[in-house]
Design a protein around this ligand. Sequence first.
Ligand SMILES: [Zn+2]
Ligand SMILES: [Zn+2]
Length: 425
Amino acid sequence: MEWKVVGLCPQCGGEVTFEAGTHLFHCSFCRTNLHMITNGPLCYMIPPWKGLDGPEEHIVHIPYWRFKGMRYRVVGRNKIEAGALDTTAVACTGLPVEASLGIRPQVGVLRLIPDSRYMLPHNRPAREAIEHISARLQLLDNHSAHGIERFIGETKCLIYAPFKMARVKGPPSGKGVWRLAPLWDRDNENVWRSLSAQAVARIKRGLMQVMAPGYRFFPLICPECGFDLPALSGAIVYPCQGCSRVWQVNGDGLTQIEYRLYNPPSGITDPVFLPFWRLSMTLGGMPVKNRGQLSRFVISYRTIPRKWDNQPVTLFVPAFKLNPRLFLKVAKWMSLANIVEDSAAGLDEPMGLHAVSLPLEEAAQAIKIVLAELFKGNNPRLLGMIKECRLKVDNAFLTFLPFKKQVMELVDAFSGHAIPKAALL
Ligand SMILES: [Zn+2]
Ligand SMILES: [Zn+2]
């Protein structure tokens, strides 16, 4: 289930609804596509579902990380578990609150955060929260074996949930005791937890700081030729269909980035180009030293281009979203495909380039899982070595590979494998 956000269009003031975690802001009133950025992660608030009951009550918003993406686990010699992940974890330590928000439809629509003194800044890094989620999930998993586990994140944002904080006077000292209860959860609205003196101090200190997410917007228009850039939800790199330049969000604007584009073999007209991160690496501690060797370990029956023996180990990881299972398969196909790398084309004419929605850092997170997918079922010895392997990515760049358009699918021009059109998210 998607979390929806309501915000106001900075150009016309119209009310716009969009998905949490996406930078795309499409206003149907003034028909503009804007890219939204903040100084830190994107953050939203859940409005309290009702007001306060008494004068001694206050509202405090406590941050939760929301992660959405893919989760992979290598279990045993032949199995990779792949699943979609959409979860939350508290982004503040030392407070007696729920570990996660859960999926609660009654939470309703989120809001963009106004500059506010009622938001507690987060003090728990995303990485640490992810480790916590991992531990939580492993309790649910049947497998206790510690294989390789990876989260490939597509979305990472903060959601601020409202709590009410109230002071009650009572025995034995007669002094006030602070307590906290969720205001985003109607079912547990009266479940109060007592706050320690430390937690109260932490909240009060936190609330002294004014949270100012500082949203900034810029129009999605090619800085070179003025063409509208593709308004794809979740995109981070935008190719221009007008001039084939590719733009990356950088600070408050768009910067052109280099890419390589491979011409399709002859006979394919009007191809679609899908983006891939071409990653070259060193696998310390593994007997796989070059691209040729890697391919021979996996597809010993096929002729490998001779020059692959002089190239570093290379993988092509999708730079666009797919379902978790297909993502791995496509990475495997393309990493083994006999892509004719001499065919890199220039910028001369407009091409059908697909937007990039998976950042390089996340693609790099997938490397060990893609290696496991390659060795799974045909080389258990190498599969077993991946976990301890000292991975070093030496070179990474964006490439666009040609696919042939068919009615229901896109067929890779080099390997002949097909991706259903409906799978392109
Ligand atoms: Zn507007
Ligand atoms: Zn352009």
